[in-house]
Design a protein around this ligand. Sequence first.
Ligand SMILES: [Zn+2]
Length: 272
Amino acid sequence: MLGLAIGSFLNVLIDRLPQEESIMGRSHCDHCKKDLAWNDLLPILSYVYLGARCRYCRKKLSFIYPLVELITAALFVFVVWIGLPLSPSSQLLVGTENWLKETGPWLLSLHVLVLEKLALLGIVSAAIVIFFSDLKYQIIPDSIQLSLFAFSFLFLITQGVTPKVFLNQVISAFVIMLPILVIFLLTKSKGMGFGDVKLAFSMGFLLGIMEGILALYIGFISGALIGIILIFLRKKRLKSKIAFGPFLVLGLLTMLFFKNNIFQLVRVVYPF
Ligand SMILES: [Zn+2]
């Protein structure tokens, strides 16, 4: 339920931030501009009940609205419930134990666990907004970039990072940003936007070098695959642009939640 509600809010961010609209104020129909009532705004339910059309002008509503709500709800459940393999409780406690010795006893491991989940929910939410605002408007709002970085920072703190590890993450942020920056500069921002460069920085910071490289790899492979499929289906031509942010987000979330599986896969493919 929380995921659905937050998903509904993320829809507001996805549509308003790229157009620099205020995120306060009533939601209105994009077509007839009529203010929406509370029962037009219930996640999923309103969409189904209204038959995917605006109550007032009967204009068809994008399926992206309920999709964002469903994805947010699903990822929230995943993070809180199943997301545990990311930090097996034993591993988490070992990390925090050392850290608690340095920072003092006021932070109990339960608080750290709650903070870790909150950080992950924040990362997932920011990732969803980046995915869809880049897809719809080819813009990644700076405020969301900053949120992603801040939640990543919080997440690293809950993993019990030492200053040395932290320095490592900063270096890896620059390393992961570099290839995207080079493409950005070489293609004179036609191939990648500067938003992708900033996103790659946060990815490197959050994931570390090896995980970051694999996340970029997943981004490039999935981007190329979808691109080829779209050209094949004649939805796009060889010279048309598709946003790259969604593919970076895909790589980011895959490495964040399934890094062990991916490393295992890499070891099977390259057994050395
Ligand atoms: Zn309308």
